[in-house]
Ligand binder design. Structure first.
Ligand SMILES: [Zn+2]
Length: 303
């Protein structure tokens, strides 16, 4: 058995991290002032996770200070794991607690400066497909133009319906030099991964795991040099894959598709990048050297 400490001092990227849920439960609970019953636990899909968010974590956020404190907790737990580049999705819904977009962006800018000696914190414009479109219309372009964000991410129901409403944001993001990401292929099929990659000209896919056994999807990802930011523990805990041992990340690596290893929501899944690296070696998925190759490559290409 290998220990996570073998990966702790390796410089790492976490490129799939939802910043308001990116901290340990042990960091979260003292701040929140409550425990979540029977938590963290294995869940059967996203509905169960969204129930916990609706009942506990979302109502706990009531002010700009709450938002920045939550973000700090996540950044500090990333530093604790030896993450040197944190590309973290900042949910646009949280801007409602700030006077205006400038105040929202200033908060992120000050977090960047505060932690600059330990980590390169790169906020990501995080858009849910079900968000109020009228609010996004003003907020998202302002955020993209602010220069604070390094990437853009779309999440929510993994269907093609309505994605055209986000196309202009991705075009603007591209013009401004932001990386383009979207959540797809966690529960949806390989075809949807291909459709999203082609439609938005994605640089990276959050999840994408169901593209693993479709040759044309693998070919597309390789040809377009798209990286998958994969979150193995999240996939097991949400029952998107049956076990770590059978996780399709192995297939992508064998086929030469670029991957990174990421946390998704540390609060819910409780495995850091280093811990997941050890878990994958211990599950017989990769050798330590193979994991180190993934870590080094995903870090260096993001410098
Ligand atoms: Zn995610």
């Amino acid at each position: 058995m290998i220990s996570f400490s073998e990966f702790l001092d390796i410089p790492k990227i976490d490129a799939h991290n939802h910043l308001n849920l990116g901290m340990r439960y042990s960091s979260y609970a003292p701040w929140a002032g409550f425990y979540i019953p029977n938590f963290p636990r294995k869940m059967s899909g996203l509905d169960e996770m969204h129930e916990i968010i609706g009942d506990y974590t979302r109502p706990r956020v009531q002010s700009a200070k709450d938002v920045s404190t939550l973000f700090s907790l996540s950044i500090e737990d990333a530093i604790e794991d030896g993450i040197k580049i944190l590309e973290a999705s900042v949910d646009m819904g949280l801007a409602q607690f700030f006077r205006n977009t400038t105040a929202f962006c200033n908060m992120l800018e000050s977090l960047k400066s505060q932690y600059i000696n330990d980590i390169s914190f790169r906020p990501e414009v995080g858009m849910g497909k079900t968000f109020d479109k009228a609010k996004l219309k003003k907020l998202v372009p302002e955020c993209i133009q602010s220069g604070v964000f390094g990437s853009i991410d779309l999440y929510g129901p993994e269907v093609l319906d309505g994605i055209e409403e986000f196309q202009a944001y991705f075009e603007l993001a591209y013009k401004k030099g932001l990386k383009k990401k979207a959540h797809i292929g966690e529960f949806s099929n390989a075809q949807t991964v291909k459709d999203f990659v082609n439609f938005f000209e994605l640089d990276e896919v959050q999840h994408g795991i169901n593209a693993a056994y479709d040759d044309s999807a693998l070919l597309l990802l390789k040809e377009k040099n798209v990286r998958l930011n994969i979150t193995p523990t999240s996939n097991v805990m949400l029952s998107a894959v049956t076990s770590l041992e059978s996780h399709p990340i192995k297939r992508f690596v064998q086929e030469g598709v670029r991957v990174s290893i990421a946390t998704d929501d540390l609060l819910f899944f409780n495995r850091s990048v280093s811990e997941q690296c050890a878990d994958m070696v211990n599950a017989g998925l990769f050798t330590k050297e193979e994991v180190l190759d993934i870590l080094n490559q995903s870090y260096e290409e993001s410098l």
